[in-house]
Design a protein around this ligand. Structure first.
Ligand code: SAH
Length: 228
């Protein structure tokens, strides 16, 4: 009896040389300095494997960016967690994301705020992300096919803005969409090189600007994409 029970327990124990990927996923985020418990819990809850290409599912919980349709990428989990943490989200916040891609970052944001509007210049990606987010029950996310350099007036202003594509500079049209006290985070730098994450906080007199860490994002390009 005892022996049998022990044997079955042992088969369930993670092999210390090869712990399950999802456990490593959380450990890596902590090890790299993500400490906000709400962000960590959200990263655990959002199934990244359902946002990557089916062929890449085995790699979904590795800390790496992966290719998606239209030559774009789903960001590295650490960068998603880091940017989310830096936004200091509150449950009441309305958030704007530029660069929907797979919809993964939007899903993470949605669990920590009241509403996410995410804009994507590829219709194919916008449609797929919308369908996926609906299916998974992220019902406070709105996906819009459009141009993040030309956000429609009627969508209003936001408590938080996150740009997930590289920009040479943060357009004023975007920073002006921040509510007072609002935070914007964006990768700023050369479009095809290394960028620096920049965090703007809207103050009474203007903006406080802080440079965070180096990152690599695909470029933000103007206009709705012509191919699909
Ligand atoms: N946040 C995404 C990854 C973004 S990759 C995720 O979680 O999967 C960057 C995305 O920004 C790409 O899909 C790209 O097409 C989009 N993009 C680039 N320029 C844009 C623009 N001007 N407006 C909206 N989306 C843009």
């Amino acid at each position: 009896m005892y022996g049998r029970r022990q044997a079955s327990l042992q088969t369930k124990m993670p092999d210390p040389q090869n712990p399950p990927q999802k456990m490593m996923f959380q450990l890596n985020l902590r090890r790299r300095g993500i400490s906000d418990q709400a962000v960590l819990r959200t990263m655990e809850a959002v199934p990244r494997d359902l946002f990557v290409d089916p062929a890449d599912r085995a790699d979904a919980f590795r800390d790496m960016a992966l290719g998606i349709a239209c030559g774009q990428t789903i960001s590295q989990p650490f960068v998603v967690a880091y940017m989310t943490e830096q936004l200091q989200l509150q449950k009441s916040h309305r958030v704007l994301e530029i660069g929907t891609g797979s919809g993964y970052q939007a899903a993470v944001l949605s669990k920590l705020c009241s509403h996410v509007l995410t804009i994507e210049r590829y219709r194919t990606l916008a449609d797929r992300a919308r369908a996926r987010l609906n299916e998974l029950g992220y019902d406070n996310v709105e996906v819009m096919a459009g141009d993040g350099f030309d956000v429609p007036e009627n969508v209003g202003s936001f408590d938080r803005i996150i740009v997930t594509a590289a920009m040479e500079e943060i357009p004023e049209a975007l920073s002006q969409r921040l509510e007072p006290g609002g935070i914007l985070i964006a990768p700023v730098g050369p479009l095809h090189g290394v960028q620096t994450l920049v965090r703007l906080v809207r103050t009474e007199g203007g903006f406080d600007r802080k440079q965070l860490v180096d990152v690599r994002f695909v470029p933000a390009l103007p206009g709705i994409a012509r191919e699909l």
